[in-house]
Ligand binder design. Sequence first.
Ligand code: FPP
Length: 241
Amino acid sequence: MSVDLQNLENIPRHVALIMDGNGRWAQEHGLSRIEGHKEGAQSVRSVLRAAARAGIEYLTVYAFSTENWKRPPQEVDGLMKLLINSLNSYEQELHDNKIRLRVMGQFERLPLPVRMRLQKTIDATADYTDHTFIVALSYGSRTEIADAARRIAEKAKAGKLDPKKIDEQTVADHLYLPDVPDPELMIRTSGELRLSNFLLWQLSYSEFYITETYWPDFREEHFFKALEAYNARDRRYGGVR
Ligand code: FPP
């Protein structure tokens, strides 16, 4: 049965997504891994539209982890090319729905043509405030936290920050995108029960929704099902109700 968005009382402000299962989907269809990623890019477009329709402000997708650099060069190269092609095909979607593109991760580690293509759309959508699409690229949460620790230490050493005053907010303020609220919901496809170094700090109180569906099969109706499941949860943040 399809989900009626009107019936959902609690729409999360921020949804984070671990898009897993492209390789297994490809294998089951007798296709190459990159074909799986290509079909996965179609799912990204479908979910991007669905999230905007549902009124979600921030959608963060884990597109390439720091660990993914260890994959065979052919696959890494294929993913980088796919990123460029995908941005070309999402461009209209972003403008039609007033979605701002942002990137989190080690931007400078990405190949120059990828950085240039990303920057073009980041600049072209910079003034949109309704929705934000965050692509985690060459992203690793432990690296993000270590980078934050280093910058805090540098400020303390320079006398710009009192070490006694370092608290949770100080750490949060030094992460890659400090202005973005923590995700209320994290969705992982293909059934794995792991965080895989994704938003370890930001997901501390998030609800997790794990589905067996492979990412290339995950489309709008699956996304709405996840929102429905989120609506049925009772969030207590460690308190009682
Ligand atoms: C995990 O599947 C998926 C990735 C490492 C890449 C995700 C990338 C995309 C969906 C393509 C484009 C994205 C954007 C934002 C344009 P896997 O290869 O680990 O699957 P497996 O575990 O079944 O092998």
